[in-house]
Design a protein around this ligand. Sequence first.
Ligand SMILES: NC(=O)c1ccc[n+]([C@@H]2O[C@H](COP(=O)([O-])OP(=O)(O)OC[C@H]3O[C@@H](n4cnc5c(N)ncnc54)[C@H](OP(=O)(O)O)[C@@H]3O)[C@@H](O)[C@H]2O)c1
Length: 435
Amino acid sequence: MPERKQITFALLGFGKLGQGFYKIWQNKKDQIKEQTGYELILTKILIRNEHYERPKNVDEKLFTHNLDDLLNDTNLKVVVDVIGGIEPIFSIIKKLIEKKINVISANRILLASKMHELSDLANTHLIHFLTEPSLGGGIPVSVILQRDLVANQVTELYGIVSGVSNFILNEMTDNKISLNRVLENPDIIKMAESISIIDYEGSDSAMKVSILAATAFGIDINYLHIYAEGVSEITLQDIIWADHFGYELKMLAIMRDHAECFELRVHPTLVPKEHPMISVKGEYNAYYIKTDLLGEYMVYGLGVGTEPTSSLILRDLIEIGNRIYNNPRRQRFNFNWNNKRVMDIGEIETSYYVRFPCVDKPGVMGEITTIIGKHKINISSAHAEIGKLDNKVIGYVHIFLEKTRESHLYSAIEKIKALKLIQGEIKFFRILDED
Ligand SMILES: NC(=O)c1ccc[n+]([C@@H]2O[C@H](COP(=O)([O-])OP(=O)(O)OC[C@H]3O[C@@H](n4cnc5c(N)ncnc54)[C@H](OP(=O)(O)O)[C@@H]3O)[C@@H](O)[C@H]2O)c1
């Protein structure tokens, strides 16, 4: 049996994740002790509101609302941050780091906003600072990129990072129902960390992308500066036409490492039906990674919930134990920050599908394609179909564009919008095209 070594830790926060983790830690700690020799000892739980009723099965002596109880505990080795928001937790974590207490953080918004400052402080005080549980699932993607693929140059990464958005698009696609109908499904509420985290506008995905870009590529970007669209504008018509042309809409995070700059965006994307990412269904997440040595590589696993997140928190507690006890001189947490510029969305180049609702009469397609040609954009195919808008029969022109700069597409659409033949909103989607 391995030698027993103690890892004392405190929880910061005791909400949905904190309580879920507590149960899993209780069920797993003996097995972990047997397998690894590490005794994971919970010493304190920092809470905000001392008057809330806490679960009866938790020893009430663990709870404290006084941060000094942690700061003055000279035996405390690790804190696990399962609080949300930026302040006061940012200040709290800084104080704990200054006391040389190691940190595991699942706090997405904090890391997506303050990663650089916190990691610099962690390096200054030579503590271990582990952030992967904040990605919200159980896939160890940061560690795969940092450690397992260390000899590779990762050129592209596509991620399905929002289990809830993936579930929504999947339900719309498989059952041909509207977004509102999907939102009536009670599973959505259970799946989302909270109703406010249903990622309608893509900001939760942008937070994950910001954290992953930092850990995997050394890109320092606040999530508010990442281009993100969510599922809020997706209509059943979008789903049906995508299917008609051989695609499925997937909410994708796209990261590409260019020589001079970095491409980073998250939005619903048309993915060809034969692409491996199509097989990622329901609340699952996946990362499709392209590297120079490995070619194409895909990891897949549960993307939401306290169980998968707790799996990573427990792994990180053991990892900190390994570093403290077996390898104390090991390099502490260390981002290789690089100062590559992140491209503006108008600068990206990809292929597109554009849908023009228009009057149903001859010559319409010619007028539209002429304007597109004047913007030096190549058309790969164009189709005219009859469809319905507000119960009225109208024409639709569907145009697929070869790779073009996005700002050129904006200019062409502006011009086409002014044509009298246009009958409604012109909609476009970026297509997943691989280099
Ligand atoms: N839920 C998940 O599956 C999941 C997965 C991955 C990451 N995360 C991340 O984990 C964090 C927590 O998520 P959650 O779903 O557990 O949220 P939650 O249910 O709202 O819980 C947050 C907890 O933090 C506590 N808290 C807030 N401010 C505090 C302060 N100043 N001092 C001490 N405690 C404070 C709250 O205390 P009171 O009880 O006293 O109000 C509450 O117990 C978030 O950052 C989220 O992004 C969650």
